[in-house]
Design a protein around this ligand. Structure first.
Ligand code: CUA
Length: 229
């Protein structure tokens, strides 16, 4: 989760987010190289007295400084496209979960198992326990098994919402009248927090999302307990 003084990406909890972190670092590295090169070139202009009145064109240098940025962009574009298509892959999921955005809470449905469904409201600050996370904790968390491919289906009942968990690299719009689909894989246990990311009204800031990632046997237990209720 995001904590104080974090200014880079959150730690990943899925292979795809790990790849995105690598891509972020790779792109920043290229950015740094460009900044250093251009910075050096520009500052060196201030500290020399070179001038040459008859310099009007230079075919060679113009070819170089046209091709070089194009090649640089390819080094960013190809890994970016690779990730873009990997993020869209569904990969034969073993669990499907449906999430519905409401004003202002999320509800969940696990239709693979006895039609489990429940609402997930933020815990108000006045009722928060010492161990709770202010403005992020919910009363009923979405429980999912780790090391299993998950399919998430997202829709909304009233206005646009957005189901977002940075550590999982999931950010998908919940749109009334439309069913969106993403897939992800949790590679560790833990709690993963997110918030609605589509301006959806007065309490937009107060409809967080919490994934409780647990081992598959415990997930089966949770499912059978929820199924009885
Ligand atoms: Cu729901 Cu913003």
């Amino acid at each position: 989760m995001a904590t104080w003084k974090m200014f880079l990406l959150q730690d990943s909890a899925s292979p795809l987010m790990e790849q995105l972190s690598f891509f972020h670092d790779h792109t920043l590295m290229i950015l740094l190289m460009i900044t250093v090169l251009v910075g050096y070139l520009m500052s060196s202009l201030f500290f020399n007295k070179y001038n040459y009145r008859y310099l009007l064109e230079g075919q060679t240098i113009e070819v170089i400084w046209t091709i070089l940025p194009a090649v640089t962009l390819i080094f960013i574009a190809l890994p970016s496209l690779r990730l873009l298509y990997l993020l869209d892959e569904i990969n034969n999921p073993s669990v499907s979960m449906k999430s519905i955005g409401h004003q202002w809470y999320w509800s969940y449905e696990y239709t693979d198992f006895k039609n489990i469904e429940f609402d997930s409201y933020m815990i108000p600050s006045s009722e928060l326990k010492k161990s709770g996370f202010r403005l992020l904790d919910v009363d009923n968390r979405a429980v999912l098994p780790y090391n299993s491919q998950i399919r998430l289906m997202v829709t909304a009942a009233d206005v646009l919402h957005s189901w977002t968990i940075p550590a999982l690299s999931v950010k998908i719009d919940a749109t009334p009248g439309r069913l969106n689909q993403v897939s992800f894989l949790l590679n560790r246990t833990g709690l993963f927090f997110g918030q609605c990311s589509e301006i959806c009204g007065a309490n937009h800031s107060f409809m967080p999302i919490v994934i409780e990632s647990i081992s598959p046997p415990f997930f089966i237990k949770w499912v059978s307990k929820m199924g009885e209720a």
